[in-house]
Design a protein around this ligand. Sequence first.
Ligand SMILES: Nc1nc2c(c(=O)[nH]1)N[C@@H](CN(C=O)c1ccc(C(=O)N[C@@H](CCC(=O)O)C(=O)O)cc1)CN2
Ligand SMILES: [Mg+2]
Length: 295
Amino acid sequence: MTARIIDGKAAAADLRQRVGQVAARFRETRSRAPGLAVVLVGEHPPSAAYVRSKIKATLEAGMESFEHRIPAETSQADLIGLIDQLNADATVDGILVQLPLPKHVDEQAVLTRVDPSKDVDGFHPVNVGRLSIGLDALVPCTPLGCLKLLQGELGDLSGMDAVVVGRSNIVGKPMAQLLLQANCTVTVAHSRTRDLPGVVRRNDIVVAAVGRPELIRGSWLKPGAIVIDVGQERVEQPDGTRKLLGDVAYGEAAEVAGAITPVPGGVGPMTIACLLRNTVVAAHRREGLPDPEGL
Ligand SMILES: Nc1nc2c(c(=O)[nH]1)N[C@@H](CN(C=O)c1ccc(C(=O)N[C@@H](CCC(=O)O)C(=O)O)cc1)CN2
Ligand SMILES: [Mg+2]
């Protein structure tokens, strides 16, 4: 079997275009654009690149972007002061604090300070709790993007067996919640799971989010499984070049899976598209408007 390649770039372009249409209607009726504030602390080069992409995508969708680049040495108190300022700013519908934060900053203290109605990353405990009990919530962008790719491939996920490999707060745990709400039977596997290959092999859907390059082998997969690879790590190759690798051994997996996301060009572009989606949804909710349809 040769797997279908799930084109995350195309799915993201489609979602971004639909967000752009919704943002245009919002601008007409509210006489302002939905606004997203992005906070980047320090100069971590990959983070700076992601923030650049987010700002570009925000502007391309017809939304307003507020950029806050602050030095790595900024104190936690000053960072929280900035969050308070953005919480109080009526032109800001979404606030995003790019992770990771410098070591001297307590990440939870900062994320918990963001007004839950502006928490477009879905990291605030209020949104985490709302997601877990099935209320409207702002949902973390990467797992939301994975769900959209799965639904695009499979339609209804009801009754499917799904394993999430990885239990991080920003991907693994919310991914498991989303799959549960889509009526999958969900297993969350992690570094202490016994017989990980056996667990993976029992599942129709595999979401790999462990951050260990090529951990998941083709031989572990159920033939025809749908594989979503969240991993991205630059790994030095024998010839000295650096290659971006996912958590799944792609070449092997593509011979067994029914469909698979590539790295790059799979989940990553959907993360940014879902951020725009969450921003326009937050703007509607904050204005007391019904959620936009079709996003
Ligand atoms: N506040 C947040 N911080 C972080 C998040 C997040 O969702 N919110 N996620 C990651 C980083 N991230 C977005 O912030 C992100 C990572 C990767 C991509 C992406 O499109 N990757 C490309 C490949 C890029 C490359 O070549 O290096 C792809 O997969 O095609 C987008 C967003 C951690 N921090
Ligand atoms: Mg983990």
